[in-house]
Design a protein around this ligand. Structure first.
Ligand code: FAD
Ligand code: FES
Length: 502
């Protein structure tokens, strides 16, 4: 289990869509080819819209290629607090949007005969702590009041004891890349464009909007959808202070035995999420958790070890051939931000902040945005509205996260440089070269790779990620390889000096 391998990526073909090589005109430009972008493209192309999906890398290899792929409206303990913060009407919109998203995935699978291991199963949030029983009971009542298929139980046939659980019936799971690659083929068949290895680096608002690619080519589009997780095009100050990134870890293992049918997550910390995936005669147990803010913590290998310890304590493991980690964003008020971020008919849309529940929320986002583009309204637009004002629900996270951004911006700059540059193979250090603060990683062949540790987004100081061998930004989650290339945004430029290696 040494290599980082996503089971979803390892068990599907590579894609090979072209780069954008000339200027084009479309009705809608969708930036980002994960579940949000591809589902939006599918729904719009069904409605006859001429569109392009543009991805900076290969499609379905972002967080959608690294998920646990539970499709559920059960988002841990969500509904009691959403009713409290947003009121019944908006909590109902959230519940209905996510239930409708499960139905939508099923409808798409059936309509197009997509072989993606889609299966209806129950979802459970359980606790092993007495203190949480009351919270689970409250969550059950809140979910029931919103007509969600919830019931309380204190019995589960798991290999460890539990104190109680909330069950949601009729939820679902699938193989996300089998599903998304099939959607991409359908989108192409309907005559739309898909471009890979094409990063959008600027959007000039207008009629039409003009998107600029990193290769200097232009896309003119009446509407733009930012399906990039963190929006790279910001209304000043709107998103940078409203979202924070969190990483999480998964291990795929073969075990002697199985789990009972269903998908499981605990209510307490550290998070433990579990489900079986059966595909092509292979049956794999996925176990994950260990959420932490991106760019925080020292030895990040520890998170894989902790998941493995939990697995070893509770299962007989035959082998564990897959492990991977990824990140997602959470909005300060813990409801995704989906909808139009500009005024006027031909808008720029955004969909982000899924709090690691983007299989359903990303599908709901596609339904909302395609409805807004095609019909001008959606039944769920209010709860997700980018222009909502929720000072009470946001306050605690807002103060904590923005103090953290300020701290990483300032202390990063003021740190006393570490002049110890004689580092071992496979290690990294932040040091000073010619008076400039740099990050240095020495690879297993002994070659040293030196990059600037200032994030090209808005200048926070990067931290070393020892598990993924990357430089990660604690402020808004941009990540760079040890040679300086962007892995994921919102940064749009590599860190320098890219090519300096000793
Ligand atoms: C470990 C983990 C487990 C999870 N498990 C679950 C689960 O069980 N159920 C669930 O519902 N959710 C889960 N989630 C959350 C879910 O996977 C995500 O919310 C969802 O995949 C996000 O989809 P997306 O399409 O918005 O983003 P992505 O899939 O990340 O797609 C965004 C795309 O945008 C592209 N892009 C970014 N910037 C640019 C640019 N400037 N130009 C062009 N392209 C760009 C990227 O290359 C990427 O391909 C999990 C998340 C994590 C981290
Ligand atoms: S991602 Fe915003 S400063 Fe790095």
């Amino acid at each position: 289990m040494d290599k980082i391998l996503s089971y979803w990526i390892e068990t599907t073909r590579d894609t090979n869509y072209p780069q954008l090589e000339s200027d084009i005109d479309v009705d809608v430009a969708i930036v980002g080819g994960g579940i949000t972008g591809l589902t939006t493209a599918y729904l719009l192309s069904k409605g006859g819209v001429k569109l392009a999906v543009i991805d900076a890398n290969r499609i379905a290899k972002g967080t959608s290629g690294h998920t646990t792929a539970k499709i559920t409206s059960q988002h841990s303990l969500k509904y009691a607090k959403t009713i409290k913060s947003f009121g019944e009407e908006k909590a109902l919109q959230y519940a209905q949007a996510n239930e409708a998203a499960i139905d939508m995935v099923e409808e798409i699978v059936k309509e197009n005969n997509i072989d993606c291991d889609f299966k209806r199963v129950p979802a459970y949030v359980f606790t092993q702590e007495e203190d949480y029983i009351k919270k689970l009971e409250n969550e059950t009542s809140a979910a029931k009041s919103l007509k969600l298929p919830a019931e309380y139980t204190d019995r589960l046939e798991l290999p460890f004891s539990i104190k109680g659980a909330v069950k949601f019936s009729d939820q679902a799971q699938f193989h996300p890349r089998k599903y998304l690659l099939a959607l991409a083929s359908i989108i192409k068949e309907k005559g739309s464009h898909i471009f890979e290895n094409t990063r959008i680096v600027d959007v000039q608002e207008g009629d039409p909007h003009i998107l600029v690619s990193d290769g200097g080519k232009l896309i003119r589009a009446s509407s733009v959808v930012q399906a990039t997780r963190y929006p790279f095009f910001d209304t000043p100050g709107l998103y940078f202070s409203r979202l924070y990134p969190e990483r999480s870890y998964l291990i795929g293992m073969h075990i002697d035995g199985s789990l009972p049918e269903g998908m499981f997550i605990n209510a307490e910390s550290p998070t433990r999420t579990l489900r079986m995936h059966t595909s092509d005669n292979d049956s794999l147990l996925l176990i994950g958790g260990e959420n932490h803010k991106t760019g925080h913590g020292d030895d990040l290998h520890k998170h894989y070890e902790n998941v493995m310890d939990f697995a070893n304590r509770n299962f007989t493991i035959i082998d564990a051939p897959y492990k991977w980690s990824a990140q997602d964003y959470t909005a300060m008020d813990e409801i995704p931000i989906i909808g139009s971020m500009t005024s006027g008919k031909n808008s720029i849309y955004v969909a982000t902040g899924y709090e690691k529940w983007g299989m359903s929320n990303g599908t709901a986002a596609a339904m909302i945005i395609s409805d807004l583009i095609l019909h001008g309204e959606s039944p769920w637009e209010q709860v997700y509205s980018p222009s909502r004002f929720t000072p009470v629900a946001s306050a605690k996270n807002f103060i904590m996260e923005n103090a953290d951004v300020a701290k990483n911006y300032i202390t990063g700059k003021l740190n006393t440089p570490d002049n110890e540059i004689d580092i071992g193979r496979g290690e990294a250090v932040i040091t000073e070269v010619d008076g400039n603060k740099v990050g240095m990683y020495r690879d297993t062949d002994g070659k040293r790779h030196i990059v600037s540790t200032t994030c090209t987004h808005i200048g926070c100081e990067l931290k070393w990620n020892s598990a993924e061998l990357s430089w990660d930004c604690p402020c808004h989650g941009s990540r760079f390889t040890y040679t300086g290339d962007i892995i994921e945004g919102p940064a749009l430029e590599n860190i320098k000096p890219n090519e300096t290696s000793i």
